[in-house]
Design a protein around this ligand. Structure first.
Ligand code: ANZ
Ligand code: ZN
Length: 804
């Protein structure tokens, strides 16, 4: 029989579904639960190669863990609200609902074709009102607990997508979704108070088993800084300006102060002659994003206020400036500028001719003349502190000028309102008499109305504003006419807790039952892309901490371990894109080569964390390998073969057990490429041997093949006469003794002359050595009809057959 994947794969996929290999009970006696989480796909299109890569390789781990006694749930769902889906729908001239539903049903078929053992009973779709009801519920609970608030702030506005974006969704000043340059608009927004958890989010990273870059990205995003608050009094005005600095040691070099244009004291300290210039400057600063303000390296702008402050260290008079390189949203919105030791301050001082006073002398070198010195050294020009190591001076100086210890974070609160249609309605009501009121819990879910015209508007209003019947309601408080909030939620709210729902996807009374959550959470392993290193992972950690803080969860980190997968590039080593014409259609590939070949090829392409480039030859190589396995078993089941020799059996067992060990370890470490190499080595050494193999060895080989090529392994398993599914089998045990067994070349002599050599395990006895010698073809011939007179055996060396 020939290997025909398209014939066997469908058959087994149906069978597995029937015998429920993949649907997990909440509890199985004697087994530990393990929820293997993979990021659920956006349903803005079909599955692309990247999805297939992640989902099929993670499935290898899921199957392996099942064989190793874990009660594994491998759930999946669809992240179906949001900008990308809505934009794609508009482009395709379909209602977002029709578009996403169509995608979901096609994606489901695709997911089944990979042969992945997804736990379909736990499927979640974020567009299901029974799902987003809990977005609304979480929002209301957070509102009750002061973790949601409304504020008019400078927000990032994407002119193309016509919506506000969170800071995390702005990459280098552009919309993360469409690449358009983001503008600043002052809009009232719903915000989630992620900053309340800044320290917990920062410290919590330490205990996580995550890739280093992911941990670093989390810490950088939160941006914790330990420093001091220092007061500068203003000359002739009874006011103090507080600055935040991490470098109290440099205070004797502070030659001017800078306030951000938004600083509340600007008005007060501006001298009359400077008022006009300052007013104009403030207007200009308003148009820039924080990022632009920080990036303007060569073009620092600013204006002098006309006022002076007193440096508390040496009582010197220093000018107070206003400049937009100081942000209002960080520290106190005011700085002491030390141009000799800070690049931004240096640029500014050079441009405006301000004084530069060096206060740190580097150890064995001169102070640079045309740039600031940023390193460590000894204090100079610093009164009684001169001579101290600058690091040691930090605490001493801050004591001297009565600075207050203070920690600051770069993290900003999360703006979650979007002026777009395709999202969860925000469950708030505005009454002109009573103000903002939360929707009653019993009215949830507030369903997204079906709108014919869902196109975004230019004036920053949500399309839901057109849903008159939906929008206009009675105030729950005074019964007068009131209006629903028409903004919808950022999709990242939907995905910040979806994994909780996997524990109990159909629950009507809670986002998930506590007992069930306990059985599965926190998630032991989360597999996903490097692009989610901040947004999704920060938001999820935040929402879990918030739920924990409000008493709804008893853990506060959702993902104990995280592994990142690489990406699959096109055959030309470029990122796949339609315009480059290098897109690989996984459906076509599966049709041609079968899911098992694709799975194994993905595994083989490179380390999972790095991905690799698609190479048709590589895929052919894997298909040939699978064919070799197939043909090997076809030969093995034929009748009338001689059993293999004892010696060969030793070799067979050794390479098999080595593979059992290696493949197991590799799969656990998500190193599928080396696992597959080891399987190849095993088959290579097996194919050097002729004769009928022992069934137990043949069965064990299929067991270790089964997570990698589940369909073929199942088919051959049945061909071998086994009845139950191979995917209910245990991972075989290897024997350390067999693996570590060493071979030596047993020298075989006849009448004292070396006639042959045979690999033999170290320590074999005379009888075993005799057997090996008599099995040897050459020796057999030489002694065929002769009489054996004597045998000389030297352990671990030689055997000499004396014949007459
Ligand atoms: C004096 C000084 C001297 C500073 C020196 C740095 C170097 P990190 O570490 O990122 O937290 N800073 C404070 N508030 C700011 C704001 N709102 N906008 C822009 N810059 C601000 O940075 C802390 C440093 O950033 C602070 O320490 C302050 O400058 C500046 F040789 O104070 B430093
Ligand atoms: Zn009212």
């Amino acid at each position: 029989m020939k290997y025909n994947p398209s014939k066997i794969e469908k058959k087994w996929q149906k069978h597995w579904e029937k015998i429920k290999i993949n649907s997990t009970k909440d509890e199985i006696k004697g087994k530990k639960n393990f929820m293997l989480l993979v990021e659920f796909p956006y349903s803005s299109g079909n599955l692309h190669v990247g999805h297939w890569y992640t989902y099929s390789l993670s499935d290898i781990l899921a199957r392996y863990l099942r064989m190793n006694g874990k009660n594994v749930s491998y759930p999946i769902g669809f992240d179906a609200f949001g900008l990308p889906a809505e934009n794609a729908a508009i482009k395709n001239n379909l209602h977002p609902s029709d578009w996403t539903k169509k995608n979901i049903s096609y994606m489901k078929e695709q997911l089944k074709r990979i042969g992945a053992t997804f736990d379909w009973n736990r499927e979640v779709q974020t567009i299901n009102p029974q799902y987003y009801k809990w977005n609304q519920w979480i929002f209301l609970k957070m509102y009750e607990n002061g973790l949601v608030y409304r504020d008019k702030t400078k927000a990032n506005w994407c002119p193309k997508d016509k919506t506000v974006l969170a800071n995390e969704q702005v990459v280098n000043g552009c919309c993360e979704r469409c690449g358009e340059r983001v503008e600043q608009r002052n809009i009232e927004q719903w915000m989630m108070k992620i900053t309340k958890f800044a320290d917990e989010l920062f410290e919590g990273v330490n205990q996580l088993d995550w890739p280093r870059p992911a941990k670093i990205a989390q810490r950088n995003w939160i941006g914790k800084s330990d420093g001091f608050l220092i007061n500068f009094s203003v000359e002739n005005i009874n006011e103090k300006i507080e600055v935040f600095t991490t470098r109290a040691d440099t205070i004797f070099g502070a030659t001017y102060l800078v306030l951000s244009p938004e600083h509340p004291m600007v008005e007060k300290i501006t001298s009359d002659g400077r008022r006009q210039a300052i007013g104009k400057y403030i207007q200009e600063a308003k148009r820039k994003t924080d990022l632009e303000r920080q990036q303007e390296v060569n073009n620092k702008t600013g204006v002098f206020t006309g006022s002076y402050a007193i440096n508390p260290a040496d009582r010197k008079k220093i000018p107070i400036w206003i400049a937009d390189y100081v942000l209002s949203s960080y520290g106190t919105g005011a700085i002491m500028a030390v141009p000799a030791h800070d690049q931004r301050d240096w640029d500014f001082a050079k441009k405006f001719g301000l004084e530069i006073v060096p206060v740190i002398q580097p150890k064995d070198e001169e102070l640079p003349r045309n740039k600031p010195f940023l390193g460590e050294g000894q204090l100079i020009n610093s009164g009684s502190f001169s001579g101290l190591e600058n690091k040691i001076a930090v605490e001493k100086i801050s004591l001297f000028i009565s600075g207050k210890k203070s920690t600051d974070y770069r993290l900003r609160d999360w703006i979650i309102s979007r002026q777009r249609y395709w999202g969860t309605p925000i469950p708030m009501i505005f009454c002109s008499k009573c103000g903002w009121l939360p929707e009653k819990e019993k009215n949830l879910p507030i369903k997204l109305p079906d709108l014919k015209n869902y196109m975004p508007t230019d004036e920053g209003k949500s399309p839901l504003d057109r849903a008159e019947n939906w929008k206009n309601i009675k105030c729950p408080n005074c019964n007068e006419p009131a209006e629903r909030e028409t903004d919808t939620m950022d999709t990242f709210v939907d995905s910040s807790w979806y994994f909780l729902r996997y524990a109990d996807p159909k629950n009507k009374n809670k986002f998930a039952d506590n007992k069930k959550i306990k059985k599965w959470m926190p998630i032991p392993l989360y597999v996903g892309g490097a692009e989610h290193i901040t947004m999704h992972l920060i938001y999820s950690r935040f929402i879990i901490k918030a739920l924990n803080h409000m008493g709804y969860l008893d853990f506060d980190e959702p993902f104990l371990a995280r592994r990142t997968h690489g990406i699959i590039l096109g055959p030309d080593n470029q990122k796949m894109s339609k315009s480059k014409g290098n897109v690989i259609d996984p459906d076509e590939e599966v049709k041609k080569s079968g899911a098992d070949s694709i799975r194994m090829y993905f595994g083989f392409i490179g380390p999972f964390s790095q991905g690799g480039s698609w190479n048709p030859q590589g895929l052919n190589g894997i298909s040939r390998f699978l064919n070799r396995i197939w043909n090997f078993y076809q030969e093995q089941i034929q009748e009338g073969q001689k059993p293999i020799s004892k010696k060969d059996e030793e070799e067979i067992k050794k390479s098999l057990h080595l593979s059992i060990k290696k493949i197991g370890e590799d799969i656990e470490n998500l190193e599928f490429n080396t696992a597959i190499s080891s399987l190849m080595e095993c088959l290579n050494s097996w194919q050097k041997v002729e004769g009928k193999f022992k069934k137990i060895d043949l069965d064990n080989f299929l067991r270790i093949l089964s997570p990698l090529a589940p369909h073929m392994a199942e088919e051959l398993w049945q061909v071998m006469g086994n009845k139950k599914s191979i995917h209910l089998e245990k991972w075989p045990k290897y024997s350390e003794k067999i693996i570590s067994r060493k071979n030596f070349d047993l020298v075989i002599q006849v009448n004292g002359k070396v006639r042959s050599k045979s690999p033999a395990p170290v320590g074999i006895n005379e009888d075993e050595a005799k057997k090996l010698a008599f099995e040897d073809g050459k020796i057999k011939e030489l002694i065929s009809d002769k009489k054996i007179k004597k045998i000389v055996f030297i352990k671990d060396k030689l055997i000499n057959i004396v014949v007459g």
